[in-house]
Design a protein around this ligand. Structure first.
Ligand SMILES: *Cc1c(COP(=O)(O)O)cnc(C)c1O
Length: 459
């Protein structure tokens, strides 16, 4: 399997190089040259496999330059850190299927991809005799999952910037109680945007980036998308009958839902994907009417989806534009110059043949948490609630709908308390963090100060 870029300007590369490249060197995103097809018999044969075996079967279709035994070992190790025998269990509540993706070390779905990515990085760096310094900014979930993915690993250092006192207390503890030598938390006196700006400008300093072998873990890495394809197949296999389904996906950067789109393209019988957003609804507008014009980010009770520019949308646009990299380049130039992309009527129809959408505001999100809890006794986190709210219409129409549960409710206790009047019970992993020793550098939102810290601590 070879990989290409959505912008069409890199020579085809193998899986290992695709993982190490992250963002394509021509500024595009990496995609497989062709999408493997699974026929009905294969789907049926794989439908009852345990999660790690299914993951191995699917991922090996895309990663044929890794020895099979090594890939198997990496996958087994990645999912051994999950605390449920099914890895991503499927439960049914009030006619809705919920795919619980939050049984990893940091209780959010990002663990599914970042546990594997951490192990892949360690394996590939060792093979190449190289080192890497991961640098990233987080509003909470990505940072903790990335740290959990690489803590204690050889040849990798990780530096994560978070806005001081602006993540949830639980998220801050999940990051700062990790005392491994290779983990460096930096609390920035500023906002998440300040953190992101600093990280971006450090990555733009190419000599510095090269000298310190800076790497990224954001959701543009192909391995992250690939790891997420697996649970769509897994969830479908857990249904009592293997019928056509709808998936509802709470969406921010379009990474998770793009994995669902790939699963559909590979042959999984997916009728539609519901793209559910909070008030940051540029992607909902895109699906509903083809209006893709940038707004400003607003803060919501589902902060991991407070995004305007969804980085993974480019992957979908490549297919929407019939795999034409010139059209992708033109679209992003248009976005840069005018703040929007204009789509043809035919393109909008095509989008609508694949996606349904809804934008769910704060009161509807909180009402969904409260109603669902009253009816079923099951607590949704605010991100999952956005997806469940978006799914209810399809459920009423009799469709089989699987809602992706992207975080454990206790990670977003304030929003849950606002909805039901009491905080969610803390699971033991989170309760155990209270009072632990922490390590974190408090710094000004000053790029030079942070660069100096990197110079001192990078490998
Ligand atoms: C990151 C995140 C999302 C959004 O996922 P994307 O792949 O960015 O669309 C949704 N819910 C939670 C809890 C998240 O952490």
């Amino acid at each position: 399997m070879k990989y290409i870029s959505t912008r069409g300007k890199i020579a085809p590369i193998g899986f290992k190089d695709a993982v190490m490249m992250g963002l394509a060197t021509d500024g595009g995103l990496i995609l497989p040259e062709s999408i493997p097809q699974l026929d009905r018999d294969t789907l049926a044969a794989w439908s009852k496999l345990p999660y790690p075996e299914l993951a191995f079967n699917i991922i090996s279709l895309f990663a044929d330059d890794l020895p099979k035994q090594d890939l198997k070992e990496l996958i087994d190790r990645s999912y051994a850190s999950f605390d449920h025998a099914d890895t991503t269990p499927l439960v049914k509540k009030d006619g809705v299927y919920i795919l619980e993706l939050f049984h990893g070390p940091t209780l959010a779905f990002k663990d599914v991809a970042l546990q594997l990515l951490g192990n892949l990085f360690e394996y590939l760096l060792k093979e190449r005799g190289e080192k890497m310094n991961i640098l990233g900014a987080t509003s909470g979930d990505t940072g903790s999952a990335a740290i959990a993915g690489v803590r204690g690993k050889e040849n990798i250092n990780i530096f994560i910037l978070h806005p001081h006192l602006k993540t949830s207390p639980v998220q801050a503890l999940q990051m700062t109680t990790v005392l491994d030598e290779n983990v460096h938390n930096i609390a920035v006196k500023g906002t998440f945007d300040d953190c992101q700006e600093i990280v971006k400008s450090i990555f733009n300093d190419l000599p510095f980036k090269k000298e310190y072998a800076l790497g990224a873990v954001n959701s543009i890495n192909w391995a992250r998308v690939l790891a997420q394809v697996v649970y769509y197949f897994y969830a479908w296999g857990r249904l009592p009958e293997q019928r056509e389904v709808i998936f509802s996906v709470p969406t921010g950067n379009f990474g998770d839902i793009f994995a669902g789109y790939l699963a559909k393209r590979m042959g999984l019988p997916v009728a539609k994907l519901i793209l559910a957003t909070n008030e940051n609804n540029i992607l909902s507008r895109f699906v509903a009417s083809g209006d893709y014009s940038l707004g400003t980010v607003v803060q919501t009770v589902s902060p991991s989806m407070d995004i305007q520019l969804a980085s993974n949308l480019e992957r979908y646009l490549y297919y929407l534009f019939d795999e034409n990299p010139q059209r992708v380049q033109a679209a992003f130039l248009e976005l840069q110059q005018t703040g929007k992309i204009v789509f043809s009527e035919q393109e909008v129809q095509r989008v609508q043949s694949e996606f349904l959408t809804c934008s769910v505001d704060e009161s509807a999100t909180l009402a969904t948490i409260a109603d669902f809890n009253a009816k079923t006794g099951y607590l949704l986190d605010p991100h999952t609630a956005v997806g469940v709210c978006g799914a209810l219409k399809s459920v009423q129409e009799g469709a089989e709908v699987i809602c992706l549960a992207t975080a454990h409710p206790a990670k977003f206790g304030d929003a849950v308390e606002k909805a039901i009047g009491a905080p969610p019970p803390l699971p033991p992993q989170l309760a155990a963090l209270q009072g632990l020793e922490t390590r974190c550098q408090l710094m000004d939102a000053d790029r030079e100060q942070i660069k100096a810290f990197l110079r001192e601590n990078a490998r």
